[in-house]
Design a protein around this ligand. Structure first.
Ligand SMILES: [Fe+2]
Length: 265
């Protein structure tokens, strides 16, 4: 069984939000996602969806969007993005899923999941600011949520298992010094070697930082960046931290985060 990731589905089956404001490639984007999803994902697989799932403002408005992913193969784990206004408490959201018979969906929210021998942790994150203002307070709080997710993981699952982090906002930008970023410190303190993030669309893709920084592999997985296709996160053995497929290329990483090899298909 496999684990996939794709962020920022920005579904709007109930709210009829015109998506071409993001660019022409967003036309029929849900159809593109569905076609790629059906081709790759099988029952028993898991798809991680790190934020900006639906344009709905309230849970009730999001029903058609949940129906869409519920009808697709695999288990789905959602985490929060900045546009997920419908997001409420874990208890309320799980009750909503139960009431609507959406049985293959759950939420990563101050908790963690064990999938294929790997532990998935995460938080929404926030705008990048390091002034002592209100945004910085939110950023700190989000970093605390990531720590809560990790603490939950440590309390439930074997500590020696690899943890992978999913943060909706980019954990840092080009102008940042990695050592000064709270999220990076949290990832390093907890021996997390891979971090996937979304949020950046269209012209903002140029702001993405990818590759190994301070021993952590960062990858942007917003849907338009992936051309609305899913990334499979694969696992390696014998000192190879992970093997995954991205844009027709397989990458292997050693435990220290250095690249073992890559192969273009
Ligand atoms: Fe976002």
């Amino acid at each position: 069984m496999s684990l996939f990731v794709i962020g920022d589905l920005h579904l709007s089956f109930s709210t009829d939000k015109p998506m071409d404001i993001f660019g022409d490639n967003w036309e029929n984007h849900a159809e593109k996602i569905k076609n790629n999803w059906i081709e790759k994902v099988h029952p028993g697989d898991t798809v991680m969806l790190p934020g900006d799932f639906s344009w709905a403002t309230y849970l009730d408005e999001s029903k058609a969007d949940f129906e869409f992913i519920n009808s697709l193969p695999g288990n789905k784990i959602l985490s929060k993005g900045n546009h997920d206004y419908w997001w409420t408490t874990l208890t309320q959201m799980r009750k909503y899923l139960e009431e609507n018979n959406f049985h293959n969906i759950d939420f990563l929210y101050n908790n963690a999941f064990l999938v294929e021998g790997k532990v998935l942790v995460g938080a929404r994150g926030w705008l990048n600011t390091y002034k002592e203002d209100d945004n910085y307070k939110i950023l700190k709080r989000e970093n605390d949520r990531l720590k809560l997710s990790i603490a939950y993981a440590n309390s439930k699952f074997d500590n020696s298992l690899e943890k992978i982090a999913f943060i909706h906002y980019p954990p840092f930008y080009k102008e940042n010094v990695p050592e000064e970023i709270d999220f990076i410190k949290t990832l390093k303190d907890n021996n997390i070697k891979r971090c996937f993030y979304g949020h950046l669309h269209g012209p903002s893709h140029k702001d993405a930082i990818e590759g190994v920084i301070d021993g952590i592999e960062f990858k942007l997985i917003s849907s338009d960046y992936l051309d609305f296709d899913l990334v499979e996160i694969k696992w390696g053995n014998n000192g190879v931290l992970g093997l995954y497929y991205f844009y027709n290329t397989f990458y292997d990483f050693h435990n220290d985060g250095s690249m073992a090899n890559s192969k273009v298909l």
